[in-house]
Design a protein around this ligand. Structure first.
Ligand code: ZN
Length: 130
């Protein structure tokens, strides 16, 4: 109950704004007070909240994560995408937002993002409202 699943076709590595999709789930649920969990069941993707006004912010985050987590010759994972796995664990696969008076309690400059670290892929994420 009050579990919503979404499919997202991602392109290259980057941050995809999913705030309106999460808002749609909240409006459908008609929940007024509670908790909203946004979760992705992938090991090379993540969910985060960050600035929604200046698109350069999420571009800079992608750039900085690349610099922080470069591909390394020492990595042993045969699929060759250990850097993407590392970024997924650093950013995390879920976020929690308070629901108040039927609205997500996000700040003016906050948006909810699906982070693709190994695209292009077809991805899933879930919204659970309690
Ligand atoms: Zn892998």
């Amino acid at each position: 109950m009050n579990l919503y699943s979404f499919t997202l076709s991602t392109g290259s590595e980057g941050f995809y704004n999913i705030t309106s999709m999460v808002n749609d789930a909240l409006q459908t649920s008609k929940i007024q007070e509670g908790i909203c969990v946004i979760y992705t069941p992938h090991t090379t993707a993540a969910i985060t909240i960050n600035e929604n006004a200046d698109p350069d912010v999420v571009r800079d985050l992608t750039f900085a994560l690349d610099k922080t987590c470069p591909d390394r010759p020492e990595f042993r994972h045969a699929e060759g995408n250990s850097a993407a796995h590392l970024k997924s664990s650093l950013v995390g696969c879920s976020e929690t937002v308070i629901v108040d008076k039927g609205r997500l309690l996000l700040g003016t400059w906050q948006g909810i993002y699906f982070c693709e670290f190994d695209g292009p892929r077809t991805r899933k994420f879930y919204v659970k409202l309690i």
